[in-house]
Design a protein. Structure first.
Length: 234
């Protein structure tokens, strides 16, 4: 599940995009979006208290939501699982029609003060993909799957931003190579579990992490952020 984006934020993002190419996700772009959309400035400030930064976040989450919606309408049952993941990543990038807005967002979230938020958004995309593909893991695998896919997605986005090949063919080839590398790691782990001599070494970290569980409140959690109940920390 992706975090919802209000109609007001969606309208502001749509009004901001023509300006982002020139001004980036900046205060100038935010002011222009408010003026062009006709939204009351007080309401805009309430919906986006951090200004253009909140619009960039909304733009990213709108892309995640569109990807999840389209994945839900696709029949992926005949595909290998690695191909389903590749399809999801490719779809996510293809839905980001405004590549300059993505480029400007990448620059914005690379700033030290925004880097944690950028990492959270990438994690959210990875979580949205795994959830849409039916992942039910509830242990350490919940984290490793999302961490691995976050790395693959981030690298692919950077490659895509500089790719001028026909229909981004080089990007999709790059994506396939990254996923193949991940699959090689999974095969190695499986081989360790099947080899008696190596299994004893593999069992040590398994015992250590056996009690690790996915966050109770999923979808909005990221590593290091845990929900707090009225009774105190969980």
């Amino acid at each position: 599940m992706t975090q919802p984006v209000s109609d007001t934020l969606q309208a502001l993002v749509g009004a901001a995009l023509p300006h982002v190419a020139f001004d980036g996700w900046s205060p100038a772009a935010f002011r222009a979006a408010v003026a062009d959309s006709g939204i009351d400035p007080a309401l805009a400030a309430t919906e986006a208290p951090r200004g253009a930064l909140d619009l960039a976040v909304a733009f990213h989450r709108m892309g995640d939501a569109a990807m999840v919606e389209q994945l839900g309408a696709m029949d992926l049952s005949s595909m290998r699982f690695r191909d389903r993941v590749a399809t999801a990543v490719r779809l996510r990038l293809e839905l980001a029609e405004d590549r300059e807005a993505v480029r400007r967002g990448t620059t914005l979230f690379a700033l030290p003060q925004n880097a944690p938020l950028g990492a959270q958004l990438i994690w959210g995309t990875a979580d949205a993909i795994w959830t849409a593909l039916g992942d039910t893991s509830d242990d350490l695998n919940w984290y490793t799957k999302r961490a691995t896919l976050s790395g693959v997605y981030s690298a692919t986005v950077l490659y895509w931003l500089g790719d001028d090949s026909h229909e981004h063919a080089d990007t999709w080839a790059f994506l396939d190579r990254r996923i193949d590398e991940v699959m090689q790691i999974e095969k190695l782990k499986a081989k360790m579990r099947e080899t008696p001599v190596l299994k004893q070494f593999a069992d040590i970290p398994n015992q250590i992490f056996a009690r690790v569980r996915a966050p109770r409140t999923r979808r909005t959690d990221v590593p290091g952020q845990w929900p707090v109940s009225p009774e105190g920390p969980r």
